[in-house]
Design a binder for this molecule. Sequence first.
Ligand code: FAQ
Length: 332
Amino acid sequence: MYTQALDTHGKEPVVAAAGESAAHAARFQSRVDADEKIEPKDWMPDAYRQTLIRQISQHAHSEIVGMLPEGNWITRAPSLRRKAVLIAKVQDEGGHGMYLYSAAETLGVTRDHLFEQLLSGAAKYSSIFNYPTLTWADVGAIGWLVDGAAIMNQIPICRCSYGPYARAMVRICKEESFHQRQGFEIMLTLAQGTAAQRLMAQEALNHWWWPSVMMFGPSDADSKHTAQSMRWKIKRFSNDELRQKFIDVTVPQAHFLGLTIPDAQLRWDEATQHYIGGPIDWSEFNAVLKGNGPCNRERLQARRTAWEAGRWVREAASAHAEKLAARTTQAA
Ligand code: FAQ
């Protein structure tokens, strides 16, 4: 059992679990405070390990499920250039998932176990990927807004206290930054196009704005993990801080595109130098997290089908690895 700190939703520091000495916990925290990286073989509190497994695996699942909404448009991209770029982007997301599963494995959990958690619905993945891509403009909006939000959240993770996660994020962020620009370029092309194309771009912004704002997670008042994760330097900024940064950066981009953010209450606040938006409809976010978003069932079904279809490949690869190992042993 952990100390009562976990029952306070992370608002109080986790000191040490039964079997973990207070001296170890104090030394660990002082290493974190000194901005040292924690590596897989270093001592760490079990709660830190479990928090990382939860966050990194949910992040990996998000990348893998996140391939589906855009993958849906590979066969229908409007030109050969757009198709080549989209294939590369979706492939990058698959790669991000693989780096992240590898980072999670360094914490002592198996990839099979993580997949089981995803396929059984026990593990979460980002709410954003439960929305449909009905037009080509939705693909542009994903790059612009979803990758834009992802970068805002992920750049600080490059400084996360856990070494393997921080290092995986460096390359991921470089690629996400390219993704964001390709999405913005799609939106710019549509915004400078015909009236029908401008309307398509505006409708995509209308669809993706609020889900992108929600993607940063619950408000700080309702975020159960933020306080402890910030103490451990897994998170460097709170959900609301990152959400605000995203809004401040994105609103001028929408103005540049000549598009309107679908928030009638949005205004520039001279005193705080921030854009202040209207209230977020958290009931929509909570419904998506409970599995009742527009595409939750479809997304999980697609992953289950892919898992079954890939079974023979995994079995063949394991059999080949066993043969290779046997041959190496014989030769030795
Ligand atoms: N969706 O206490 P907090 C991408 C859950 S990658 C679903 O604030 P925490 C690239 C949370 O897990 C996008 N669930 O939690 C791409 C917790 O539930 P639990 C993914 C959410 O962990 C682009 C509960 O709510 N990025 O987009 C969401 O401190 C384009 C309470 O929340 C990452 O995963 C949500 N949006 O903060 C790919 C980044 N938000 O586990 C393809 C790494 C919260 O107790 C195309 N993760 N929840 O049952 C993080 O930074 C953090 O985990 C947060 C949540 C900020 C997401």
